[in-house]
Design a binder for this molecule. Sequence first.
Ligand code: XIL
Length: 392
Amino acid sequence: MYKHIFMSRRHALWLGFGTLASIGAFAKNKVMSGENQTQVLETVKRDFRVVGKASLKERAAAKGLIYGVAIRSHNLLSDQKLAALIAQECGMIVPEWELKWHVGNKPLRPQPDAFDFSVADRMVKFGRNHGMLVRGHTLVWHESLPPWFQETVNRQNAEQFLTQHIKTVVKRYAGKMHSWDVVNEAIEVDDGKPHGMRSTPWWELLGPNYIDLAFRVAADADPKALLVYNDYGLDYDTPQHEAKRTAVLKLLERLKSQGTPIHAFGTQAHLSADESRFHPRKLRKFFSDVADLGLKIIITEMDVKEQKLPADIQVRDRTIAAVYEDYLSTALDEPAVIAVLTWGLSDRYTWLSEFRPRPDRLPVRPLPFDAGMNRKLAWNAIARAFDTAPKR
Ligand code: XIL
């Protein structure tokens, strides 16, 4: 049985309309189809009122939570307004690129036998100089691998490359990192591999035990850091997300049962304003099941894509804000959730501009601050979720 049936006002509204619809009434702006509510577009009427002037950092901290952002070094170090806003609003930063194997023009791993920590060091220093926590992302991933990887790493030396990378990188920042995304996105049910494992170079070269190996090397290199398994596509009441939640849960259960030093689960929460199949109770149950394994939970990369919303900025901002508030009010009800990070702070710098642009080419609006560094309703929504969250 669920500890309590948690339902956001928005969901209750849906169910109310659902009842009306089941007797043939059509709610304004809604088309009901069968047992699945297909929401065409709800013009969100919530007022998103916020009390007081506290920052997101302060509102999170008041409940024993952490709010933070992912950021790229060239934006952080070149945009003073952004840097000041991050210092004001955030209790944590995570380098969006700089601790991956190879992103941008000054990669961490330029050569098989070389590491370049110059940029990552500056970001860790920025965080610590501003009293922020820093988290590392990500030690083992199938993306952002260096150009030399494929012709250099093979079955005979893969374990040595993996071990050396983790040991070198984690040791450098030992004692300074709040947490590390040790392994990122290892589950892909559609790959058809045992246990829903993604067919990554690491899986191909080392087999499924690469995950346990990575965590053990990281734990040895920094016994203080929280070690996290991070993944995405776990948010909605769809067959794909349900299958992935099941596979991820089973992976976490296997890791815990074999004594892998894993401390937390990271759910990326790249949400969609175009997806109406949000089911608070199912999401809440997933979080409870993860917490029941003795794991903490971090919402690691939250943002909201919105390709299909109309051009009207008011409608877009209200709808996006409701997505933030509904998801967070459900997620933060789980005491094991310790931190919320958005994947960026301002629409001026979001990966979604390139990764999920709108068909009408209007600038996307996924984050708490707009491109002019002004608060948006998404900021209010996150603030309200922290304000109503149970204290840890
Ligand atoms: C993304 C960055 O934001 C992009 O700039 C980069 O080009 C690709 O990677 N899940 C993750 C992140 O774990 O590392 C990804 O970050 C976004 C999806």
